[in-house]
Write a protein that binds this ligand. Structure first.
Ligand SMILES: Cc1cc2nc3c(=O)[nH]c(=O)nc-3n(C[C@H](O)[C@H](O)[C@H](O)COP(=O)(O)OP(=O)(O)OC[C@H]3O[C@@H](n4cnc5c(N)ncnc54)[C@H](O)[C@@H]3O)c2cc1C
Length: 424
C-alpha cells in the first residue's frame, strides 16, 4: 500500500440521488464507503429541478435529508470534482482504482462568507442554469450546494485573473496554485451511479434549438421555473423576457428515433405534464399544445395525466413534430401531423419546450465495453461475471427511470455489494 493509498469496502461513482442513496444505505449497514462525484456539488440533476412529479414537492427536501445522513456518517468519504480512472481487479478480488481530484482553487478553510464574490471581475456562463445566465468566476454552484464551498473557474478568469479574491479572503482559503491530486484506492466492490446527461438538442436543428431563443429544452424549463433559477422562477419568453401566452411541448425530441436516441427515456412525458402544471400555476389562460407519439404515464401516474387532460386549454396532438419554424410575427410555428385525424397542423406559439431524453454517462468510465449495451447503458447487473467481480450499477446509468425507481435500485445494489464484501 503506498503512503497515500486509501481503502474502503465500497466505492460509489456518481453522487446523484442514486449514488447518495447507495452510499448512505451502505454506510448505515456498517460498510466503509468512498463516494466520488465529478461536479463540485452533489445531488445530480435532481438538484436542478423545480418540483418532483407526481406530488409536485420541491426535490430539495429529499435531497437535504440524504445529505444530512451523509454528513453525519463518518464511514463515508466524499470527493467532489473527482473522477475514477483505471479499475484493476487484483489477485485478492479487490479493485485498485485511481481517484483524480481536479483543482478547486479553494480549500477547506472556506466559510462561504462571499467576500471574494464582491471583488471578482470575471464572468462565466452558469452551466447549473444551462447557460441561461452568468456568475462571477469565483462562485458557489447554487444556493444550497453541498459542499457549501466556493470554486474558481480558472479557465474563464485566466488572463484577466486579478487575484483579488485571494487578497480579500481573510481565511487563507484561496489557493491559486492548486494542482489537484491523484489518490490510489483499493475497494472490494464498486457501484456505478454516474447517471445521465440531457441529449444534446443542438443535434435537433429542424426543431429550432440554437436558432430560435424561444426554443428551449425540458431541463431548461426546470431552471426557468426554479425560484433560484435565472428568472427567479418566472417562466418568461427568453427572446423578450415577457410573459407567455402560448407554449408547445414537443415530446420525443430525438427519442425513439434511430438517428438520435433509439429508446424511450420513460420520464419525459411525466416531466412535460409536470411542466404544464408549472405553466398553469403562473398563467391561468395560456394555451398549451402537447405533441406526443404515445403518452407514457403508467400506474398511479395516470391520475396526474388525467388531471391535465381535464384542462380545456391544454390541447393534445398525437403525432411527431416535423419541424419548428419562425413566423412573421416573431413567434414560432410547430408543424406536425395529427395522426388521429390525418390532418397537418401548424400551431403558432411563443415558447417551444423540447422533451429531450436522457443519455447515459458511461463515456470515460473504466468499465469493460462488454458491460455497456448498444445505447450506452450499463448492462452487467445480474450477470455472473459482475457478481464475482463485485460490480453493479444503479440509477439512470442502467436504464432510464424516475427518482423513486433509482432510489429502489440503489438500495438493492447494496445487497449485491455486501455479497462480494462478505466473500472477500
Ligand atoms: C426534464 C426532466 C424532469 C424530470 N423530473 C422528474 C421528477 O419530477 N420526478 C422524478 O421522479 N424523476 C424526474 N426525472 C428523472 C430524474 O432526473 C432521474 O430519475 C434522476 O436524475 C436519476 O438520478 P441518478 O442519480 O441516476 O442520475 P444523476 O441525477 O444524473 O446523477 C448522477 C451523478 O453522477 C455524476 N457523474 C457523472 N459522471 C461521473 C463520473 N465519470 N465520475 C463521477 N461522477 C460522475 C453526475 O455529475 C451526477 O451528480 C426527470 C428527468 C428529466 C429529463
Amino acid at each position: 500500500m503506498s503512503t497515500n493509498e486509501i481503502s474502503a469496502d465500497l466505492l460509489v461513482v456518481g453522487a446523484g440521488i442514486a449514488g447518495i442513496t447507495a452510499a448512505v444505505e451502505a454506510a448505515e449497514t456498517g460498510l466503509s464507503v468512498i463516494l466520488v462525484e465529478k461536479r463540485p456539488y452533489i445531488g445530480g440533476k435532481v438538484a436542478q429541478f423545480s418540483k418532483y412529479f407526481p406530488k409536485l414537492c420541491p426535490p430539495a427536501c429529499g435531497l437535504e435529508i440524504n445529505i444530512r445522513r451523509l454528513r453525519s456518517n463518518p464511514l463515508i468519504r466524499l470527493y467532489t470534482m473527482a473522477e475514477v480512472s483505471t479499475n484493476i481487479l487484483n489477485d485478492s478480488g479487490k479493485h485498485e482504482v485511481n481517484i483524480h481530484l481536479k483543482p478547486r482553487y479553494v480549500n477547506n478553510k472556506c466559510t462561504a462568507c462571499g467576500e471574494c464574490v464582491k471583488v471578482c471581475q470575471g464572468r462565466r456562463k452558469n452551466e447549473f442554469n444551462f447557460n441561461m445566465d452568468e456568475t462571477t468566476c469565483i462562485y458557489i454552484p447554487y444556493e444550497n450546494a453541498y459542499p457549501q464551498k466556493y470554486i474558481i473557474d480558472k479557465k474563464n478568469c485566466e488572463g484577466r485573473c486579478c487575484s483579488k479574491c485571494a487578497e480579500v479572503c481573510k481565511y487563507g482559503a484561496i489557493d491559486l496554485e492548486d494542482e489537484g491530486a491523484v489518490i490510489p484506492a483499493v475497494v472490494d466492490s464498486i457501484i456505478w451511479a454516474a447517471g445521465w446527461e440531457p441529449y444534446d438538442a443542438k443535434n435537433l436543428d429542424v426543431l429550432g434549438f440554437g436558432r430560435f431563443p424561444d426554443v428551449i429544452t425540458n431541463v431548461m424549463m426546470e431552471r426557468l421555473a426554479s425560484p433560484d433559477g435565472p428568472t427567479k422562477g418566472k417562466i418568461l419568453r427568453p427572446s423578450t423576457n415577457e410573459k407567455i401566452n402560448s407554449v408547445a411541448f414537443v415530446q420525443c425530441a430525438g427519442s425513439r428515433d434511430e438517428n438520435h436516441l433509439e429508446y424511450c427515456s420513460s420520464v419525459c412525458c411525466m416531466a412535460s405534464l409536470k411542466h404544464i402544471k408549472y405553466v398553469r400555476e403562473q398563467y391561468p389562460d395560456a394555451e398549451v399544445h402537447f405533441h406526443y407519439i404515445d403518452v407514457r404515464a403508467s400506474g398511479m401516474l395516470e391520475d396526474f395525466y388525467r388531471s391535465i387532460q381535464s384542462d380545456n386549454k391544454v390541447h393534445f396532438h398525437k403525432g411527431k413534430v416535423g419541424k419548428v419554424t419562425g413566423s412573421v410575427s416573431g413567434k414560432l410555428i410547430v408543424h406536425s401531423e395529427d395522426t388521429l385525424t390525418g390532418k397537418l397542423i401548424q400551431n403558432e406559439v411563443e415558447l417551444v419546450v423540447l422533451a429531450t431524453g436522457m443519455k447515459p454517462s458511461t463515456a470515460g468510465l473504466p468499465i469493460e465495453s462488454s458491460a455497456i449495451d448498444k445505447n450506452g447503458f450499463i448492462s452487467f447487473n445480474g450477470s455472473l461475471s459482475s457478481q464475482s467481480s463485485g460490480l453493479t450499477g444503479c440509477g439512470v446509468i442502467t436504464e432510464p427511470k424516475d427518482v423513486a425507481s433509482a432510489v429502489q435500485e440503489a438500495t438493492g445494489s447494496i445487497l449485491k455489494a455486501i455479497r462480494t464484501i462478505k466473500r472477500n
